[in-house]
Write a protein that binds this ligand. Sequence first.
Ligand code: ZN
Length: 175
Amino acid sequence: MAIKNIITEPNKILRQVSKPVEQVGKEEQNLMDDMLDTMYSAKGIGLAAIQIGVPKRIIVLDISDKEKKENKPMYFVNPVVKNKNSDLSTYEEGCLSVPNQFAEIDRPSNCEVEYLDYNGEKKLLKAEGLLSTCIQHEMDHLEGILFIDYLSKLKKSMIIKKLSKQKNKVDRIVV
Ligand code: ZN
């Protein structure tokens, strides 16, 4: 297991559409282990493979109560939304690939997702609340979509400008 570098916006890689996984094998399991390590170390609750530069349709989540100190990882390979309701719920979202930026986003409050688990078994999950929002946020990554894409053009460009500036900052040294 290893902690990987998380790609941040602006970066074209994040805009790539990820490819379906043909079979869940050792390579995919290693990738999921690395993704989880990376996510925990960055203190996130979800991560898509593309965020560490791998264009595969894989996401990991852990929305368990952090105070309980018990990890409850969830793995989704080739997730497909089968159903979602028209009621929306709103969360203030952030993203490990859009550091230190947050915005309120509306998403369907319930969704049903079909996917393969860590062992390649087909599963169906009914998600609501935070889980529903997280799954949809991560699944957007598989399509090259970021939460800032739902904001007004002006807000989005302000955020991207800020992030570009942070990236280009030269290290200051005092000698
Ligand atoms: Zn994200």
